[in-house]
Design a protein around this ligand. Structure first.
Ligand code: PMP
Length: 285
């Protein structure tokens, strides 16, 4: 696999990052995951806009590589012959001379920019989209700025392990009695034809797939309510599903052991998945 590190395309085993990198020492970094379908990038503009916002919120300088980011993404797709898959991008505050909690003085430390591809042939035809997935609920113990897409992913990793241990596929996180989001996705329920998903704020990541799916839903005259919901409300819903760049729209058929609706993927989720995949492929670059 060819990867990108600070301006160079290299074989993955030759790519290097300093042990003093603040991404490594302090999780002082942001990332994006963009999916690739038919060798084209899905919603690159949305991911690019969120990346810039994440950098700004953390007062991280914008690396020069931002100017050619679309080209870098495309070049990696080409070099690694990715038909379907993902591109992972990470930018950290870089490697100062020594470990220090304070940010390095502006201009003294170059950010670290890393990209790599993940090959997932046929990812849009995932069997899980037909069967649906099971989720458990866990307390949301992440920090308070979940709207910034940082590489602090330890708690979401733990959540995924808790789900696995419980025989489920993922976890929905709960705070103040209501669902924030999934470990790596946004959470939705459907009741009486209305799509319900948590409103935006610092408590959740502003999913790029979420924005697209809600836009398509409204264009198709479906009713959307952006508000919080509890696990009990979700368990009594007609349908549930998640969205993310890597799963698109994925039905949820069980929450904490309770079947949702009749326990099979719902028609609203299936329709949104079809619309999302169709429209995103058309707009892909
Ligand atoms: N919430 C969290 C916590 C996530 O990690 C992700 C995926 N990175 C999402 C939501 C979905 O965001 P997107 O649709 O932009 O992939």
């Amino acid at each position: 696999r060819t990867v990108y590190v600070n301006g160079d395309y290299l074989p993955e085993n030759e790519a290097k990052v300093s042990i003093f990198d603040r991404g490594f020492l302090m999780a002082d970094g942001v990332y994006e995951v963009t999916s690739v379908l038919g060798a084209k990038l899905i919603d690159f503009d949305g991911h690019f806009a969120r990346l810039q916002r994440s950098l700004d919120e953390l007062e991280m300088p914008h690396p020069a590589a931002l100017d050619s980011l679309l080209e870098v993404h495309r070049e990696l797709v080409r070099l690694n012959e990715i038909e379907d898959g993902m591109i992972y991008l990470q930018i950290t505050r870089g490697a100062p001379d020594d470990r220090d909690f304070a940010f390095p003085d502006p201009g003294t430390t170059a950010p670290t920019v890393v990209l790599f591809t993940q090959n997932k042939p046929g990812m849009a035809d995932s069997p899980a989209a037909k069967t649906g997935i099971k989720v458990i609920s866990i307390a949301d113990q992440r920090w308070g700025r979940r709207d910034i897409k940082t590489v602090q992913l330890l708690y979401p990793s733990m959540g995924k392990m808790m789900a696995k241990a419980a025989g489920a596929d993922d976890a929905w996180m709960v705070e103040d009695g209501v669902v924030t989001e999934g470990t790596s996705n946004n959470a939705y329920i459907v009741k009486g034809g209305t799509i319900i998903t948590r409103h935006l704020g610092n408590e959740i990541l502003h999913g790029i797939t979420r924005a697209a799916v809600l836009r398509f839903a409204r264009e198709a005259q479906m009713k959307v309510e952006e508000r919080a919901f509890s696990i009990a409300e979700a368990q009594g819903a007609d349908e549930a599903f998640i969205t993310s760049a890597s799963t698109f729209v994925m039905p949820v058929v069980e929450i904490d052991g309770t079947k949702i609706g009749s326990g099979v993927p719902g028609t609203v989720a299936a329709r949104l998945r079809d619309i999302y995949l169709d429209e995103s492929r058309k707009a892909a670059q």
